[in-house]
Design a protein around this ligand. Structure first.
Ligand code: ADP
Length: 162
């Protein structure tokens, strides 16, 4: 069985992430989307909230599982016996950072963790969780960036009832 992990912050999940999830789920038999519990970042949503949002947003994709992890991706992947990590590439600016992480993971896993990049669909190339949060924090329109139920939770975080 071909399995892959799609790790990330997903704070919160956007249509850009969901596009990558759908496409990766067509390539692999099983895709585990895993929320990284990163102590150096201050997220808006808790790990539990992010897991719940991902579960709801992917409920129609039977071969997609949602999980969370802390620590190194290579250790998590080894524990799960998964050898492929998925990452999305939006723009050239993502590339240098992603290349470095991918090479580090490959080296320190002894060649056991490879990274596959999917290029973003053009309509989502501008999208990031941070800009969505920025717009929502000013009560702006995020309907084209995140599913409605995620939008509602975002506005609630910023004290808007809409
Ligand atoms: P991280 O903090 O790990 O970068 P993110 O949740 O921001 O976590 O992103 C997780 C992955 O999804 C990354 O590979 C990122 O490049 C990708 N990604 C983020 N936004 C988009 C998008 N709009 N289209 C495609 N891929 C995206």
């Amino acid at each position: 069985m071909k399995a892959a992990i799609y790790p990330g912050s997903f704070d919160p999940v956007t249509f850009g992430h969901l596009d990558i999830i759908k496409r990766a789920a067509e390539i692999f038999d099983e895709l585990t989307v895993s929320v990284l519990n990163n102590k150096t970042k201050t997220p808006l949503f808790s790990v539990e909230e992010r897991v719940k949002m991902l579960e709801e947003a992917t409920k129609n994709l039977p071969n997609v599982k949602i999980d969370s992890f802390s620590g190194l991706l290579i250790d998590y992947a080894k524990e799960k016996n998964i050898r492929v990590a998925i990452r999305g590439l939006r723009a050239f600016t993502d590339f240098e950072y992603e290349l470095q992480i991918a090479q580090t993971n490959r080296k320190f896993s002894g060649g056991n963790l490879d990274t596959m990049f999917l290029t973003t669909s053009l309509e989502y190339a501008y999208l990031s969780s941070s800009t969505v949060k920025e717009v929502a924090s000013f009560n702006g329109d995020i309907s084209e960036s995140v599913p409605d139920f995620v939008g509602k939770l975002l506005y609630k975080k910023y004290g808007y009832d809409r």
